[in-house]
Design a protein around this ligand. Structure first.
Ligand code: MG
Length: 218
């Protein structure tokens, strides 16, 4: 059971994929659907497709362009936007994420979505899931030109809306991103125990992890 000091928290920063939304969509898209459609569109085998794609994915992980649909569309000579639409029915909220968001609103917290997702991916998700009404701001790190892994992202975020890191909570399923937020001074940090509903729970190492949003309600 996680006990958060709610009276000392006035800003809640939330990641999207794997935190509020089931990471199954993204994992399925990048590891199953995209290799399959890449193989079909380029007339190669599924194995050849994976042999070409996986080293590219590894080479760009954690960089802003990893999250950029335009970059991958150019690199892979296909429309990532269109291919994502083919599996958009898999976009889903994590259990009780909406209950948590509604409770944050009711408690008068300032709530900001901060995602490394490209604006295209963000729009597709907001079309499927009504997240926007819960937030004061929806921020894509592409707006600033730095991913959340980079300290410059946090400086840009603070310059943009002036939050107090010592009175902020941040939840994200990525441990490198949580470490980046910790370095910037965000006081309350939580990981996510099971970002992908189709995969086993994750070890969150030095971070406490959200198991059930109903336990966190302010
Ligand atoms: Mg995430």
């Amino acid at each position: 059971m996680i006990q958060l000091p709610w009276p000392d928290i006035d800003t809640v920063l939330l990641d999207m994929d794997g935190t509020l939304l089931d990471l199954h969509f993204d994992n399925h898209f990048w590891l199953e659907h995209l290799p399959q459609r890449y193989a079909e569109l380029h007339g190669i085998s599924r194995q050849q497709a994976e042999d070409e794609l996986l080293p590219l994915f590894h080479a760009h992980a954690g960089q802003l362009q990893w999250y950029c649909t335009d970059f991958w569309s150019r690199e892979l000579k296909l429309s990532v936007r269109e291919l994502k639409r083919e599996v958009a029915h898999l976009i889903a909220l994590r259990p009780d994420a909406d209950t948590f968001l509604a409770a944050l609103r009711a408690a008068g917290k300032r709530v900001v979505l901060i995602t490394n997702a490209h604006r295209d991916s963000l729009s597709l998700k907001l079309e499927r899931i009504e997240l926007a009404p819960y937030f004061d701001r929806l921020i894509s790190s592409h707006d600033y030109g730095f991913p959340k892994e980079d300290q410059q992202f946090w400086h840009a975020l603070q310059a943009d809306f002036g939050f107090d890191p010592a009175r902020s909570l941040f939840i994200d399923d990525s441990l490198p991103i949580l470490r980046s937020a910790r370095q910037f001074g965000i006081a309350q940090l939580l990981a996510v125990r099971q970002p992908d509903s189709q995969k086993p729970p994750k070890d969150s190492e030095e971070f406490a992890a959200v198991e059930d949003y109903r336990e966190l309600l302010p």
